[in-house]
Design a protein around this ligand. Structure first.
Ligand code: WTA
Length: 697
């Protein structure tokens, strides 16, 4: 099919430059084998059939007992799904597959060192490991239903084993991305009230065996400062029998799991029958204020939703080899590496390391060797692979039937490389838009039913009914060309239940803006605010433009500007800090940090280094700013608010606009010269999310 060539713009300059793209249809080979080829699904999931339609997803699971109420709205907007139903997530992801698939790989683990053999964990083996570890959690760690436990684990099979063991017992797991610092982990330990932390001694990343256990010591200390005592740290071993950490186990607190597990050899633990609305896990994410939010996900609703979307959007069949190259430390990994695929008895691939280690062909060698046929990753990774080895995929003999992009908008040029070169023109691509809060996909094409449109996520998935509102709550319809706040009209089973321990923040952040009546028990009065701006094309495809709050999407990961600013402010000499997004060729957006110093301090390289170090220690390396600019003063409104919009324009060489109403308009030119250098530079028409950044009232 002929493809329209759009003018080459900087890869990360999206949205405003886009013209409408041509539609690309999936191949007959794909359609003939797809799980969902019946357009009637949209009718079945229409609002007329809401909420009963979701029985279709729930019936992909095995229940101990059916629900009596499909959707309970009595505690609006904390929706309860499948009330009265009893289910266990671990049973659904493991035990029920043993009859047919016990000898099939559940997890294929690819270590980063290429000379280390792959490991296949069959469903039977997964069953054994999960049971033994569940016995340990229950009998050695004393954990029971409803307790929270924090996991700070990298991409090793012990992570899903741990999650599933928790799920078996009804223990609520809270996995913190392995790349987050000990300090970040400790804050999440404290917020969730975990008294057990599960970690590993070390893991491989970019050619190094990284000492990870050291973070546990920092986490325990940080949690203690916030009033939470961790009494056990359970430590997996990257290489059982060896110990690769400079931090010795603390007597009486730290336990090497493999030693203790010997006592539980052969143990079996009955799955606990959980109420459908009992929490399965917490996943922390960034928001407008500095404190991360623990998104609480349910057992029955969540599992039904990720099973349904894995089956129909990811098109996973048990015989597929499915590789989602994300990290289980993020929601994508929870829903679409672990729970969704395993609920469907798929073979899910886990890769420990970085996609380009040791070279740009690594990902494609893995795909060839394992004969992966479904591939799932984020635009930032696609950009990175394209830059590192644009011609590499052609050198390897693999064939994908299906590919996914997730986490941020993908530029049409990058999409086309993904389609033509990675997918070899054979794979159907889905661009899935969703969030930590939403549990599973909100918008995407159904791959056999709708054509792809590069750069657009597609229509809503079955059962999701979006609406775009302007600031006044007026609907912006299809084809208006106007962007607004995209909301979802209706509840759905995958949606989070609340923010852990902070119902008020949950209501304020997600429901207050467009609520019609805050005493109402009718879901129609409570549109869910996603926090993204979007526009709807004539043909019903949504284009997502980015966040409307103070969140920067760095390489598909959400970072709150306030979190970075607070970290910077821990450096003694810093008076003020402001973070803005700057366009980055690979990461999409990166944080740019502006700081001003307290009187009596001089700008120096050391200050910049201290800021970067503080951010790495308090949040993690992923939050490292692209630049640290030391400015004499921040541009401010008369009421003293820092004008981040002005700083964002400077960082991105965009039009600064009118600054005459500022309290100190004269500082702006000085900052501009500091960042852009002497002389006028050519202005760019930057992306809309940056143009709007910090634009609040
Ligand atoms: C953005 C990741 C455009 C969006 C699953 C959302 C996307 C935030 C897409 C959630 C997409 C996610 N196209 N933007 N396909 N997918 N986003 O919570 O801004 O880490 O609100 O969940 O990522 O990020 P989160």
């Amino acid at each position: 099919m002929a493809k329209k060539k759009s003018a080459e713009v900087s890869e990360a300059q999206i949205a405003v430059h886009w013209q409408e793209e041509e539609l690309i249809h999936p191949s007959p080979q794909f359609v003939s084998q797809a799980n969902m080829t019946d357009p009637g699904i949209y009718e079945r999931f229409s609002l007329d059939n809401f909420p009963e339609c979701f029985k279709e997803y729930a019936d992909l699971l095995t229940w101990y007992q059916y629900w009596d109420t499909m959707l309970d709205t009595s505690d609006a907007p904390c929706w309860k799904w499948f009330v009265g139903g009893l289910i266990n997530a671990c049973y659904n992801c493991v035990d029920r597959h043993l009859d047919k698939y016990k000898n099939k790989a559940a997890i294929l683990f690819v270590p980063e060192p290429e000379d280390e053999p792959h490991a296949a964990v069959t469903y039977q083996e997964l069953y054994v490991r999960v049971n033994e570890f569940a016995a340990l959690l229950r009998d050695f760690a004393g954990l029971e239903k409803g307790d929270r436990v924090t996991l700070h684990m990298p991409m090793v099979p012990e992570l899903p084993v741990t999650m599933l063991a928790c799920a078996r017992l009804g223990v609520i797991h809270s996995e913190v991305f392995g790349g987050f610092s000990g300090q970040s982990c400790g804050e999440r330990v404290a917020d969730s009230g975990s008294r057990v932390l599960i970690t590993i001694d070390a893991y491989h990343r970019n050619g190094k065996l990284i000492d990870h256990k050291v973070n546990a010591d920092l986490a325990v200390e940080a949690a203690r400062k916030s009033g939470q005592i961790v009494d056990k740290v359970l430590v997996w071993s990257r290489y059982p029998g060896q110990y690769h950490s400079a931090s010795p186990p603390v007597e009486g607190r730290d336990f090497m799991i493999n030693d203790v597990l010997a006592d539980y050899a052969g143990a079996r633990v009955d799955p606990v029958r959980m109420a459908a609305e009992d929490p399965l896990f917490l996943m922390y994410t960034s928001g407008t204020t500095g404190r991360p939010k623990g998104c609480q996900h349910s057992t029955g609703g969540y599992l039904a939703y990720v099973a349904g979307t894995s089956k129909y959007i990811e098109d996973i069949h048990p015989e597929d080899v499915y590789w989602c190259m994300a990290d289980i430390g993020w929601i994508t990994g929870h829903s679409y590496i672990v729970y969704g695929p395993l609920a469907l008895a798929a073979t899910t691939v886990m890769y420990e390391g970085v996609p380009t280690y040791p070279d740009a062909g690594r990902a494609w060698r893995i795909a060839e060797r394992l004969d992966v046929n479904i591939f799932h990753t984020a635009p930032t990774t696609v950009r990175m692979l394209r830059k590192a080895g644009p011609d590499e995929p052609a050198k390897y003999d693999y064939h994908f039937k299906h590919m996914t992009t997730v986490g941020e908008p993908i530029e049409p040029e990058v999409w086309r490389w993904y389609y033509d070169v990675v997918g070899k023109g054979e794979a159907a691509i889905v661009d899935t838009w969703w969030q930590t809060e939403t549990g599973g996909f909100l918008c995407s094409t159904l791959p056999a039913l709708q054509p792809m449109k590069p750069g657009s996520t597609g229509p809503a998935v079955p059962g999701i009914h979006p609406v775009i509102y302007d600031e006044n709550g007026e609907e912006l319809g299809a084809g208006t060309g106007k962007a607004g706040n995209i909301c979802i009209r209706n509840p759905w089973p995958g949606a989070f239940q609340t923010i852990w321990g902070d119902r008020e923040r949950y209501v304020d952040t997600y429901y207050a803006k467009y609520c019609r009546d805050k005493d109402s028990k009718d879901w129609r009065d409570w549109p869910y605010l996603t926090g993204d701006a979007a526009l709807l094309a004539e043909d019903g495809y949504y284009r997502i433009l980015g966040r409307i709050d103070d969140v920067i999407n760095v390489a598909g990961h959400r970072l709150g500007t306030k979190e970075l600013e607070s970290a910077a402010l821990t450096v003694e000499e810093i008076a003020e800090a402001a973070v803005v997004p700057v366009v980055d060729e690979i990461k999409g957006r990166a944080p740019d940090m502006y700081i001003s110093l307290k009187p009596g301090f001089e700008a120096s390289k050391e200050t910049e280094t201290r800021v970067v170090k503080a951010i790495e220690e308090m949040i993690g390396k992923i939050a490292r700013p692209k630049h640290v600019h030391v400015v004499p003063d921040m541009p401010k409104t008369r009421s003293g608010k820092i004008m981040r919009r002005v700083l964002a324009a400077i960082s991105n060489t965009m039009d600064i606009g009118d600054v005459s109403t500022l309290a100190n308009p004269d500082v702006v030119e000085g900052i501009r010269v500091l960042v852009q250098g002497e002389g006028k530079v050519a202005l760019k028409k930057g992306p809309e999310d940056i143009a709007r950044f910090g634009d609040e009232g």
